[in-house]
Design a protein around this ligand. Structure first.
Ligand SMILES: [Zn+2]
Length: 74
């Protein structure tokens, strides 16, 4: 057991990943995370100008997206 690495970490695409209780959820989430990382590249966030590791289809980092979701004005 315990071969699966700890899942909790910060990501520029989705922010904090939670550690699922359920082993199957954990495996699914890890697979998804791997896929996300393969699909990601270093780019500059269009809103905060920070260099972030983002999916090809994204141009805004997670912290900016969170601010947008909370309705902050830019
Ligand atoms: Zn940003």
């Amino acid at each position: 057991m315990n071969k699966i690495p700890y899942l909790g970490y910060d990501d520029d695409n989705y922010g904090q990943w939670d550690e699922p209780e359920d082993e199957e959820d954990r495996i699914e989430k890890l697979k998804f995370r791997e896929q996300v990382q393969k699909d990601s590249e270093y780019k500059t966030c269009v809103l905060c100008d920070r260099e972030v590791f983002l999916r090809r289809s994204y141009d805004k980092c997670n912290s900016c997206m969170e601010k947008l979701e909370r309705g902050m004005e830019w």
